[in-house]
Design a protein around this ligand. Structure first.
Ligand code: HXC
Length: 255
């Protein structure tokens, strides 16, 4: 099968062309690279026009654009806040609403998938614009799953834990200390791989998941429960220490 793919990306056409060539060579599929800034609604409208004229409206839409860096919140300017939330929340809304409205008009079904982050569940200091905006993306997705399900549109999210990419890690782990501590935080014992995220994404945009909508999938090698669990630090206790503690516990009688 030779399916056609539209690639919509951030401004960097050079990176985009390289990715398009790579996908074309590996799959034999037609790839249309369209550079557009998700913050710019006119650019998004133009990109969707181009996609529609080339091979129709898409039936799979993946919102993956993100911007983020670690910083104490009191150091953020208004423009720093705006930059991140414009990319993450407004960018996702720009793409989703532009394509969604056209799909409704055309009576065409589709699957939307947004990539968020594990810390929407807890919030997180030092990435507050990203945490706030990604939570907004999840709420947008849950809301539209309810409202636009009647048009045959599905909306799901994947909330990943740490997956090493240059864009993210250069801004979120500039010293490498997070990566060093990762084995302790993640029961699977390593960072996630982009291919592993792609596997779940593929399922969620395929017909195998036609009954799945309005869902957020935590995808983190077990990091979230591992960090939250009250007694998980007991993993450091040696068998000898357990012998001693078990003795102490067994000696306790009554309340
Ligand atoms: C404080 C900063 C800053 C920093 C930028 N700003 N970096 N403030 N500390 N380290 C401020 C600037 O001073 C400016 O405000 C405003 O933010 C915009 O900065 P620009 O550099 O002009 O913005 P721009 O080039 O448009 O945006 C770049 C970016 C950058 C969004 C800030 O991070 C980026 O390009 N990121 C894309 C890739 C990425 O981040 N991917 C990671 C996503 S991963 P002033 O007031 O000075 O004008 C993710 C999930 C992680 O989000 C999950 C982990 C578990």
């Amino acid at each position: 099968m030779n399916s056609k793919i539209a690639v919509l990306s951030y401004l960097n056409l050079e990176v985009l062309n390289k990715a398009a060539d790579e996908i074309s060579q590996k799959t034999g599929n037609t790839v249309l690279p369209i550079a557009a800034d998700v913050r710019d609604i006119e650019a998004i409208q133009g990109a969707v026009d181009k996609c529609e004229h080339s091979f129709g409206l898409p039936n799979i839409i993946i919102n993956n654009a993100a911007g983020n860096f670690i910083s104490p919140t009191e150091r953020l300017s208004a423009n720093a806040w705006k930059t991140i939330t414009d990319i993450v929340l407004n960018g996702t809304a720009n793409v989703t609403l532009e394509i969604g409205k056209r799909l409704i008009e055309a009576k065409q079904a589709a699957a939307f998938l947004s990539i968020t982050t594990i810390y929407t569940m807890s919030g997180s200091g030092f990435v507050v614009p990203s945490a706030s905006a990604k939570s907004g993306v999840e709420t947008l997705s849950l809301s539209l799953a309810s409202e636009w399900g009647r048009y045959g549109l599905r909306f799901n999210c994947i909330a990943p834990g740490p997956i090493e990419t240059k864009g993210a890690f250069s801004r979120l782990d500039p010293t490498g200390s997070f990566k060093k501590a990762v084995k302790k935080r993640i029961p699977v014992g390593r960072l996630g791989k982009p291919e592993e995220l792609a596997n779940l994404a593929l399922y969620l945009v395929s017909d195998y998941s036609n009954w799945v909508t309005g869902a957020v999938f935590r995808f983190d090698g077990g990091e979230y429960p591992s960090m939250a669990g009250e007694f998980n630090s007991l993993l450091d206790i040696t068998p000898e220490q357990w012998d001693m503690m078990e003795n102490m516990i067994r000696k306790v009688k009554g309340s």
